[in-house]
Design a protein around this ligand. Sequence first.
Ligand SMILES: *Cc1c(COP(=O)(O)O)cnc(C)c1O
Length: 309
Amino acid sequence: AIILSLKALGIKKGDEVITVCNSFYATAGAIAACGATPVFVDCDERYQIDIEQVKIKISKKTKVIMPVHWGGASPDMQQLSKIAKKNNVHIVEDACMGIGAKINGKSPGTFGIVNAFSMHPLKSLNVMGDGGMVVTNNTKIFNWLKKFRNHGMINRDKIDFWGVNARLQPLQAVVAIEGLKKIDRLVQRRNYNAKILDKGLKKLYPNVILPSRKKNYLETFALYMGRFKKRDKLKKFLNKKKIDTKIHYPIPLHLQKPGVDLGYRRGNFKSSENQAKELLTLPVHQYLTKSQLNYIIKNINFFYKKEKN
Ligand SMILES: *Cc1c(COP(=O)(O)O)cnc(C)c1O
């Protein structure tokens, strides 16, 4: 979906796309797949793209700013839109974790000119397999994408331009339509669970540092992340207690092999590099019971009490 969004804008070799270094590989991979260069910036204390750094990184080659709704929270999209407009570049949102979120009443995927969602099995809207979605209000882009994803076909015997097969399969589409009906309830449920975790974990500051929750922003809690002292030891401890946790991600994009090949080094982006050492993702999904959430909180409390003694 990200590749298609960028292709629709004619992004190609020599172009630069500014994005954040703490995202999933697909964000940068899609930029590179179009032949363009991902230009990374750091993230802030909410794990979202650092808007001040975006301003600095805009160059003559910049064609697109690609913010990520990381973890299901959102950067300040209004401010990013202003910066994009002022510099005459496009916004393309990686809204893969943002389906069902709200920013002052507006949905992720409605700020950029053409934007991408993922429906991978791990996402809130999943299609029992791989799938993705592109959204746009631009008729020209819409018509181009409809052809491009279907070999550039006008009809069976004629093509308009060289395209690809990027069609969503019918079964997947049916599952997505059903999933869409439930998405608001699902996001509500994850928010309810996140509130319970927030309340229980806030007391553990500064061993546990949670990101601030912005007023008038509805998060999806695709991931419930926080910074935890002695993270690796805690992770092992929780695992023993049968609480599964994950790290999103231990190595930021700029320090992955292709990032280093672009010239990035440790120390370039302090915020994401420091976060990578302490971040932990806890279970927050819609099937958790209140007692299971309390069990998680109780064990994290127990861990830090034990560590103190
Ligand atoms: C899931 C995700 C993607 C896309 O992953 P696919 O495996 O291609 O569905 C891209 N960006 C972000 C931030 C994601 O979370």
